[in-house]
Design a protein around this ligand. Structure first.
Ligand code: ZN
Length: 372
């Protein structure tokens, strides 16, 4: 099983087409490439304009036209890398088995070969069920415009396959933590740091107290983490700051923990009435807990992989959220991490393993042909 060089050329074009989430033109160029890829295949292409200044969404349909629940494949084509990354910090290059480039691992590699598998199965007419492929422009910012579509298509599906990157040596994903996001704004009272120190109420100092309380909600035993990764406040070194703002990242393993920690964060109180504290936010992606149906789907995939000639392993619950969280939370059997193997997601060392494409493309093909 090897990848022919024309295929690699196509993948090069995908990587050179930079598509950070907020670059609507770049993301739409990626959508154009997918439309072109499907052009001569028996695939119905629906293109939905993206709202909120984001790129378009593609819904591809193929396979038997029955009312039976289908198989839904989901890929996102937005990346976290700003335009210019491929020319500078992360040039497109092949080093041995490694293909380096922005978005190759997360997740253009997986999206590309899953679309190839989808097209081949459509052409052969060998799909076990109606097939739907949802290509999204907004995953990296929490899927604000596509979540309703993901949930609606998910509800009509017997199984969901997500092409996020594989983990540590090709492992797939059957459980993910839930993700919460919050914004905290502290307002104090400004004053001259020299002449009026006593009159000031330092918003940065108060934010520091609140951050200690928020970080203390971390409980590794229960898989709960809270992170304040950025802080901004103050206007000058000699001014008691009036404002301080910071975001909070929350990860949980269970719905109940998500609710409890959300309540604790939204319920934070200022240490004195001289401060005003405003907290907004909540759970963005619900936890993706491994259900019995997902376990059966995994066993199925595992035996298909064995027939192809590789051992499919499920990673322990992973911390990062994906669109698979939305469908798993609805009780739809969901397999994630079916994309390309490699490493370095969201970094300038991002690469995909070329040798992982052929077997994993074959696995996607067999899943589309046999899931019933
Ligand atoms: Zn991703």
């Amino acid at each position: 099983m090897s990848l022919s060089s024309p295929s690699l050329d196509t993948l090069f074009t995908w990587i050179r087409t930079e598509s950070p989430t907020h670059d609507r033109a770049g993301v739409n160029m990626m959508m154009d490439l997918v439309v072109a890829q499907m052009q001569d295949a028996p695939v119905a292409v629906e293109r939905v304009a993206g709202g909120q200044g984001l790129g378009d969404v593609l819904v591809l349909r193929a396979g038997p036209q029955t009312s039976a629940p289908g198989v839904l494949v989901m890929s996102h084509l937005d990346t976290v890398h700003p335009v210019g990354t491929v020319e500078a910090e992360l040039p497109l290059r092949v080093e041995g088995d490694r293909l380096y480039g922005p978005g190759i691992y997360d997740m253009k590699g997986g999206a590309w070969f899953a679309l190839e598998a989808f097209k081949d199965v459509a052409r052969r007419g060998s799909a076990a069920r109606p097939m739907v492929f949802l290509v999204t422009p907004d995953e990296e910012i929490g899927s604000p415009i596509t979540r309703p579509m993901i949930e609606e298509l998910g509800r009509r599906s017997a199984a969901v396959l997500v092409t996020e990157p594989a983990r540590d040596g090709g492992q797939i994903v059957t459980a993910r933590k839930g993700v919460g996001r919050f914004d905290v704004h502290v307002e104090g009272r400004p004053a001259h740091a020299g002449s009026r120190h006593k009159d000031g109420r330092n918003a940065v100092y108060e934010a520091a107290r609140q951050i200690l309380a928020i970080e203390a909600l971390t409980d590794y035993g229960r898989g709960i983490t809270t992170t304040v990764g950025m802080v901004s406040g103050g206007t000058a070194v000699n001014t008691i700051p009036q404002h301080c703002r910071f975001p909070v990242d929350l990860r949980v393993e269970t719905v109940a923990d998500g609710e409890a920690v959300t309540a604790a964060i939204l319920g934070l109180k200022p240490s004195s009435p001289d401060f005003r504290l405003t907290v907004t936010g909540g759970m963005n992606r619900p936890p993706y807990e491994r259900s019995e149906a997902t376990s059966r789907l995994f066993d199925n995939a595992r035996s298909l992989a064995a027939e192809i000639g590789f051992d499919l392993v499920s990673a322990p619950r992973v911390g990062g959220g994906s669109d698979g969280n939305f469908t798993a939370a609805l009780g739809i059997p969901t397999l994630d991490g079916l994309g390309i193997d490699g490493d370095g997601a969201h970094t300038l060392q991002e690469y995909g393993l070329i040798s992982s494409i052929a077997p994993r493309q074959k696995l996607m093909t067999r899943l589309l042909e046999t899931l019933c």
